[in-house]
Design a protein around this ligand. Structure first.
Ligand SMILES: [Zn+2]
Length: 500
């Protein structure tokens, strides 16, 4: 695949000349056991086309029945986003032909979304709060998946395509923001912070596993630019299926720079969908964007309107969990940490992981230290989000316990963590397999200490003369000789004893 070429404007020049306007559409796959309008299971990763029935592959004469658990989740999402819940909302047919859409229409909601007019307050990196207005949250069904064989993996250039309808009919809620204006240079940050907060909220609500890497949370980012003196929005593009939090930020920034370069050169922005390329952070043109008229929406005649009564809505409101930011404030005071420390935790996406690690028995300090430094570095090198690392809070707590018990030094513990990340098994087993435990045998250590002193007679002399600080070099040599398996404090004691 050749990388799309586009001239990009320097970001500083973009924000000096233009105001970005964003609209974010997030699709969340609900974690219901069965699909939106039939009884097929929704589990991820099954053999293709094994979770289908006449309803979800659109056979003539089949009739949909709405999933009550999905409606319940949609209402809870609406309530968590401070939306009003519509007393009567109608499903609608969104008509378009696409091979992964077996009915030739998608059952969605159009002019009567179940939830509307809400907001989500998100916290930015510097601690300020940005309110994102929510226009609507509506229910719909997912499409199947096309797999293009040969070529680049896209339909163009493929030799043939395969279709998997397991996902067709899985319940979705689409959450649409109102235009986000006035964020200026912070627009990409606001976009990322919003999707992050939304993900945390949805996870806390328990409606979805919100796995961006498995597509259960997907973000489409609409971006347009206004010249500083303009009074109307510019033409927007919609970058589809941006599948990580970092990518949301990268995609918005890229579109701002690309569009600004075109506008500055006197060109026009084409209203179109764009593909995001994870590999280099660029976008490339997709299809020209349809308008609502193209979809010929009309009310779904096979489904009755959804009419949740007020008591049901209020009882669902009662099931909402402690919201993530409320919980964060509580945890912060329990741990007694500063705003800055808490913000760092939020920024690296470590709050829930640290809480879970503390719940698994680690001290808040140790849990925090592991996730924000060593494991954050590992996530960075491995190019994954922190919660995408192949280590669980329970395993981190186990490693912390091994350090606390004096069985591992910090260095050794980091080796164990890397081995867990590489899929070598459980911490205790790795320690046993590799013989990583701290050497407790003083006679073995004494031998290494004597050798190190003999090899550095001048340093040995200094220590004997009272310069205890010089012992550091000898301790380092002993740690090397024991492959990091000695307890440095004990080694230092032995060095000083040997020189007195
Ligand atoms: Zn089905």
């Amino acid at each position: 695949m050749t990388a799309p070429t586009a001239d990009l404007m320097d970001y500083d020049d973009v924000v000096a000349g233009f105001d970005p306007v964003m609209g974010l559409e997030v699709h969340v796959e609900l974690g219901t056991r069965t699909k939106m309008f039939c009884g097929c299971p929704t589990a991820f990763g099954a053999e293709p086309n094994t979770q289908v029935c006449p309803v979800c592959i659109g056979l003539p004469g089949s009739l949909p029945v709405a999933n009550a658990a999905a409606i319940e989740s949609a209402i809870r999402i609406g309530l968590a986003l401070n939306c009003s819940i519509r007393p009567s909302s109608q499903f609608a047919r969104k008509n378009y032909f696409y091979p992964d859409q077996p009915k030739n229409y998608q059952i969605s909601q159009y002019d009567e979304p179940i939830a509307y007019d809400g907001h989500l307050d998100v916290v930015l990196g510097d601690g300020t709060t940005w309110r994102v207005e929510i226009e609507r949250a509506h229910m719909e069904e997912d499409t199947g998946k096309s797999l293009h064989i040969g070529g680049s993996g896209r339909i163009h250039g493929a030799s043939h395509s395969l279709l998997d309808y397991n996902r067709a009919g899985v319940p979705l809620v689409e959450i649409v923001t109102r235009p986000i204006e006035g964020a200026g240079e912070r627009a990409p940050e606001v976009a990322r912070a919003y999707v992050t907060a939304l993900r945390d909220l949805l996870r806390a609500t328990g409606v979805s596993d919100v796995r961006m890497d498995q597509g259960s949370l997907r973000c489409d980012a609409n971006v347009s630019l206004m010249r500083k003196d303009a009074t109307e929005f510019g033409t927007r593009t919609e970058t589809k299926n941006v599948n990580s939090l970092k990518s949301v930020e990268v995609a918005v920034r890229y579109e701002m720079r690309r569009q600004a370069a075109i506008l500055a050169a006197g060109g026009e922005i084409v209203q179109e969908t764009r593909h995001f390329h994870e590999s280099d952070g660029t976008t490339s043109a997709g299809r020209r964007k349809e308008t609502a008229e193209d979809y010929r929406y009309f009310p779904e005649p096979d489904l009755a309107p959804v009419r949740p009564d007020a008591d049901w809505i209020e009882s669902l409101r009662g099931t909402l969990p402690e919201l993530p930011w409320v919980r964060r404030a509580r945890i912060q005071s329990e741990w007694g940490v500063s705003d800055e420390v808490m913000r760092d935790l939020v920024n690296v996406g470590a709050v829930d992981l640290v809480i879970a690690t503390v719940d698994a028995g680690a001290s808040p300090e140790a849990a925090r230290g592991w996730w924000v430094s060593f494991l954050a570095q590992q996530a960075n090198t491995r190019g994954v989000e922190l919660d995408g690392l192949a280590i669980t809070p329970g395993q981190v707590a186990e490693i912390v316990a091994l350090v606390d018990e004096g069985k591992l030094t910090t260095k050794l513990a980091q080796q164990v963590a890397v081995a867990v990340l590489d899929g070598e098994g459980e911490p205790a087993q790795i320690v046993a397999d590799r013989g990583l435990e701290v050497v407790r045998d003083d006679s073995a250590l004494q031998k290494a200490v004597d050798e190190a002193l003999a090899a550095n007679p001048d340093i040995a002399e200094k220590i004997r003369g009272g310069k205890v600080a010089a012992a550091g070099k000898i301790v380092g040599d002993v740690m090397k000789a024991t492959r990091g398996q000695a307890d440095p404090a004990r080694v230092k004691e032995l060095v000083i004893a040997a020189c007195s």
